[in-house]
Design a protein around this ligand. Structure first.
Ligand SMILES: NC(=O)c1ccc[n+]([C@@H]2O[C@H](COP(=O)([O-])OP(=O)(O)OC[C@H]3O[C@@H](n4cnc5c(N)ncnc54)[C@H](O)[C@@H]3O)[C@@H](O)[C@H]2O)c1
Length: 277
């Protein structure tokens, strides 16, 4: 991998991953709709919208591999999810193929399987159970990745990212937390592992309380260096209630399930699920 594109580089994960990837490849092209500052040594900056065909071409031109983080990262109205996360992702993959890109890492999400009950052990081979429209778009992205691997020969790693923030704050995130260093390690494996068709793995650190069996990631060579376990006592002792209704508290996706979108209520179907399965 000589020339790598990082989309969503101005975002919460992208900003930190840009730093982690400094010097990892001869050229890192960082891209986002939002401001990215100046290019550092070994970097190129491309400001653009993945929904715009000319911007997409500039993003992927001359690129060997892509870490695709860009897009909507929480629940949104369907029209926006459709335009950015579904159509935008499809078009970016199409542009990547046309530009001769060999590898893609797709930032999927735990919300692709968020309606599984807590405690159910998943290993990435189970059928998806999205917990919101955002999660549904990640299921689409995983299927798109399978299709582009099967039909176009691009090697793709879909990473169901758990909780990539400073530290876990709830029982749920004690299991799903991932340190940015570990997530970057996993992304690099997606780009650099010699043989890859399409795999679905979990973007988590070495957490004792996880519901996710990350055997596939470990088979690819993933050895997480961090763990959420140092915060177990702190989270167990916390009296702050976990956010979400009764459904959210029973399922792996937490508050994204049933009540994820708090925007214009007229545009949201009322949820009826009890979360039982
Ligand atoms: N943060 C987590 O714990 C977490 C968990 C699961 C999955 N993910 C996924 O990882 C990725 C990064 O997450 P994040 O937390 O950094 O999200 P974020 O919202 O902070 O960053 C997303 C970035 O994408 C950019 N973007 C949005 N629409 C775009 C468009 N049309 N064209 C170009 N750029 C666009 C935004 O400007 C933003 O900088 C997302 O795909 C998200 O769904 C994150």
């Amino acid at each position: 991998m000589k020339r790598v594109l990082l989309t969503g580089a101005a975002g919460g994960i992208g900003l930190r991953m840009r730093r982690e990837l400094r010097g990892a490849f001869p050229m890192l092209r960082v891209s986002d709709m939002a401001d990215l500052g100046l290019a550092g040594p070994g970097e190129e900056v491309v400001i653009g919208d993945i929904c715009n065909p000319d911007d997409r071409k500039r993003m992927v031109d001359g690129i060997d591999g892509i870490i695709h983080l860009g897009g909507l990262s929480v629940e949104n109205p369907w029209e926006d999810i459709l335009r950015v996360n579904i159509d935008g992702t499809y078009r970016l993959f199409e542009a990547a193929y046309e530009a001769g890109v060999k590898r893609i890492v797709f930032a999927s999400s735990n919300h692709a399987i968020g309606f599984y009950p807590r405690g159910r052990i998943l290993d990435g081979s189970e059928r998806p159970r999205p917990d919101c429209r955002y999660g549904l778009s990640k299921v689409f992205g995983e299927a798109l990745s399978q299709y582009f691997a099967d039909n176009y020969g691009i090697g793709i790693l879909s990473i169901r990212i758990g909780w990539c923030f400073q530290k876990p704050e709830t029982p749920r995130t004690l299991g799903s937390w991932v340190h940015i260093g570990d997530l970057t390690r996993l992304c690099r494996l997606g780009l650099e592992t010699p043989e890859l068709h399409h795999e679905i793995v979990f973007g988590i650190s070495d957490n004792a309380r996880t519901w996710w069996d990350n055997t596939t990631a470990r088979r690819l060579g993933y050895v997480p260096q961090y763990s959420a376990d140092q915060w177990i006592d702190e989270v167990d002792a916390s009296t702050t209630p976990e956010p979400g209704n009764a459904v959210a508290l029973g399922v792996q996706g937490g508050p994204f399930a049933s009540e994820g979108y708090r925007g214009d209520p007229a545009r949201v179907l009322p949820a009826r699920s009890t979360g039982e399965a």
